[in-house]
Design a protein. Structure first.
Length: 322
């Protein structure tokens, strides 16, 4: 059985034709000397027509996936803080682990052609602890000390919106990952994030960390040199939200006002802002992709309640995503 094929090539399809061998399109058009002769009538078997049509769309599907992967630029932003060794937050030991884990994950992503850039935004006094593989954004100028001097108690905590504005103004990344500087990532973290963006078309999502990863193993403190051990620790589920991934266009609409890190409810507030802009914010509660050494709960109980009250007060102010 033969069928008559009368096929008109669309503009979209012509973009892909020259990438593939001429025989792919022989069933639907005449190809001669790299020219496409449109509106041609050909006689082929129905089976051949269906087989070759499937062949075309498989190639175009693969090609489009390649384009999407190459086009997505992802930036991971953190706010490092130079602190004393005895700081109750454990940042002195946790941050080098975070830094190295991000670098390891970046190297894994680069192996498969994924564009990941690591960014820091911080105060001038924090520069010396930041490894060279990070891109430093302009120094922050605002903090709880400048905005709330009467209640800051000399705690210099960054204003979240200033950090968001900085990565938007100083980079061209398509997606932004924002985490605290004590949140480590698994080696496959960026590869997984890229898949969620390119294959599931996620515009905004959250990945909850594995908490209470041991600080010591067999009496030895775990550091950035022991990441292979840390990667294999399971930890426990963490109820909070501390790893935010979103499309640049969503971040451009977010306004965190004068909220700052270090005190709740900034994470929950950011989550709510994301939902107001884009309702389908998926939360991965048990992904084993991020981790935290120890637990925050012990030292957090002794913090400045005035600052926490201020963050709560700011979080209740009206927000418009338009």
């Amino acid at each position: 059985m033969y069928i008559m094929v009368h096929y008109k090539i669309t503009y979209t399809e012509t973009k892909y034709i020259n990438k593939y061998p001429p025989h792919i399109f022989k069933c639907i058009c005449v190809h001669y000397n790299n020219q496409i002769y449109n509106n041609q009538i050909l006689y082929i078997t129905l089976l051949e027509f269906l087989a070759r049509l499937l062949y075309i769309y498989i190639y175009i599907y693969i090609y489009m996936n390649d384009i999407n992967t190459a086009a997505i630029k992802i930036g991971h932003l953190i706010n490092p803080f130079k602190c004393a060794e005895d700081n109750p937050s454990y940042l002195y030991y946790a941050q080098p682990v975070t830094f190295k884990s991000m670098y390891n994950a970046q190297l894994e992503a680069h192996k498969v052609g994924i564009d990941i850039k690591l960014y820091t935004v911080n105060y001038p006094e924090d520069d010396e602890i930041i490894p060279e593989y990070f891109i430093k954004l302009p120094h922050l100028k605002r903090s709880t000390m400048t905005e709330f001097p009467k209640i800051s108690n000399n705690r210099k905590l960054p204003i979240i919106q200033e950090m968001f504005d900085s990565i938007l103004e100083n980079t061209d990344v398509d997606y932004i990952i924002f985490t605290n500087s004590d949140i480590g990532v698994q080696k496959n973290f960026y590869i997984k994030v890229n898949k969620l963006i390119t294959q599931k078309n996620f515009k905004s999502f959250i990945i909850n960390r594995r908490d209470d990863i041991p600080k010591f193993k067999d009496g030895k403190r775990l550091t950035e040199k022991n990441l292979d051990i840390i990667y294999n620790e399971k930890g426990i589920k963490h109820p909070g939200k501390d790893c935010f991934i979103m499309d640049r266009k969503i971040l451009e609409k977010i306004d965190m006002n004068l909220m700052f890190t270090g005190f709740p409810p900034w994470g929950h507030t950011l989550y709510n802002r994301m939902k107001q802009i884009h309702q389908n914010v998926y939360v991965y509660k048990n992904a084993h992709l991020t981790f935290h050494l120890g637990s925050d709960f012990i030292w957090a109980k002794k913090t400045n309640t005035e600052l926490q009250s201020k963050n709560v007060e700011i979080s209740k102010k009206p927000f418009s995503s338009t």
